[in-house]
Design a protein around this ligand. Structure first.
Ligand code: MG
Length: 263
């Protein structure tokens, strides 16, 4: 299926045209805990559209770990199946993961979605994602100026859990940015401190210290389960040649977690 979708993107790219339609959500999925909305709820309102300021390149600070500098994808496992072209790493076959693991972090990722393809399925619209701790997807999708997908599947969503506060997307073929601050979950005995995430999409806050309800699922409730922390960052191959560049991360030490344990 993925291969067919990718072929569609690739071979029809030259016939790119405005593609209408929306990936409708669902009315038969479970309700998110404590919320009036179902997972991928078709009735959940789309966030308002905000036009971001023009792109400004964010160079890595001195203490950043550079994960992709436009040339070498050596920091990524599986990247031999992702071509590097014109300074961009292009999603192709299979998800890729950082060789290094990260917990609490500041992460900068730049991405670009292709033009929608004539006759293509709406699910092909720049579908990719950044998985934090290999488990929690911050969605990448082409929803420039409109709701082309259910709210919790839009760009900047915690997929299946939390729609972006606003739709700050740029058009296809323009570079977009995610700046992400993650507080990793803590699994200690039966006491679980859930993870939290803040996301800026093109410089605009779209997740504000959002609680991660559980690991990312499709059409199902997030799953609360212990998993390794730290863990790799994962980029998703979802059938469309989304491009990535200028990826860097700053591991963070949480002041709270650094405090000595209370007696
Ligand atoms: Mg995705």
């Amino acid at each position: 299926m993925q291969r067919i979708m990718f072929a569609g993107c690739l071979f029809l790219a030259s016939f790119a045209a405005a593609y209408g339609g929306k990936l409708e959500g669902y009315a038969d999925t479970p309700f998110l805990p404590g919320q009036p909305w179902r997972v991928h709820d078709k009735l959940r309102p789309a966030p308002p559209v905000v036009t971001p300021a023009p792109y400004v390149r964010a160079e890595p600070p001195s203490d950043a770990v550079v994960l992709f500098d436009g040339q070498s994808a050596a920091a990524w496992q599986g990247a031999e199946a992702w071509p590097v072209r014109d300074g961009a790493l292009i999603a192709e076959k299979g998800d890729i993961r950082t060789r290094q693991s990260f917990g609490d972090m500041q992460l900068h990722v730049e991405w670009l979605v292709p033009q929608p393809t004539a006759g293509g399925h709406v699910a092909e619209r720049g579908n990719s994602g950044v998985f934090l701790l290999d488990q929690y997807e911050i969605q990448i999708f082409d929803n420039y100026g409109e709701d082309t997908i259910y709210a919790d599947g839009m760009a900047g969503a915690v997929y299946g859990q939390s729609p972006p506060l606003v739709n700050a997307s740029r058009p296809p073929e323009q570079w977009q940015t995610f700046d992400i601050a993650l507080t990793a979950p803590v699994f200690t005995g039966t006491n679980r401190a859930p993870g939290r995430v803040t996301v800026l999409h093109n410089g605009v806050v779209v997740q504000n210290n959002t609680v991660l309800l559980g690991t990312t699922q499709h059409r199902a409730l997030p799953v609360v389960t212990p998993h390794p922390v730290p863990a790799p960052i994962r980029l998703q191959a979802h059938g469309c040649p989304v491009r990535f560049r200028n990826i860097w991360v700053r591991p963070l030490t949480s002041a709270e977690k650094a405090l000595p344990a209370k007696n």
